[in-house]
Design a binder for this molecule. Structure first.
Ligand SMILES: [Fe+2]
Ligand SMILES: [Fe+2]
Length: 179
């Protein structure tokens, strides 16, 4: 990603700074989801899936990591890392189908989250930033579809877990917009 033409993050209006803080927090969580999966799973197919996704999440995280000032980042990063790790580890304990269903649930939320920023980004007018967020959202949609294509039927327990994952992601974003 060419970030040379990006405007400084320190001039972001407050509402977009909050959105970008939540993006940085979310990508931190995403990296740690896959670390959690890789810490638990011995399934070669799941490990390849997680390693492939992890590489993409690291580029997303790297973008916000470099661009945002440290004061613009969430104060709760240890919590986002821990939550991501637990989410990944629990889903890996449940096996292949749990990992795919959990990733599909997370990415379904993340796609909507990024899409909700499009209008504000358009109004702000930094074309490099807008292109980056669109690119990330497309990557997340690929992750969602890839996981969704592998997922099989869901037990009631797995359905409940996916609901918790989606609800938890939503709450995390609300908090990370502020702190
Ligand atoms: Fe991502
Ligand atoms: Fe993703």
């Amino acid at each position: 990603m060419n970030t040379a033409s990006l405007q400084s993050a320190s001039t972001l209006p407050a509402h977009l700074a909050g959105e970008m803080r939540s993006n940085h927090a979310g990508e931190t969580g995403a990296v740690w989801i896959y670390k959690g999966v890789l810490a638990v799973s011995r399934d070669a197919e799941i490990r390849a899936f997680a390693e492939h996704h992890l590489a993409t999440e690291e580029t997303h995280l790297g973008f916000f990591e470099e661009w945002l000032t440290s004061r613009q980042k969430s104060l709760l990063l240890p919590l986002w890392r821990l939550s991501g790790f637990i989410l990944g580890a629990v889903s890996a304990l449940g096996g292949r189908n749990w990992v795919y269903a959990s990733i599909e649930a997370v990415e379904t939320f993340v796609v909507k989250h990024y899409e909700s920023q499009y209008a504000a980004l358009e109004a702000y007018g930094d074309t490099t930033l807008t292109a980056a967020i669109h690119q990330f959202c497309d990557d997340e949609a690929d992750h969602r579809d890839e996981a969704g294509g592998e997922a099989e039927g869901q037990s009631s327990l797995l359905k409940a877990w996916c609901w918790v994952v989606g609800f938890g992601s939503e709450q995390a974003v609300k908090i990370a917009r502020r702190v």
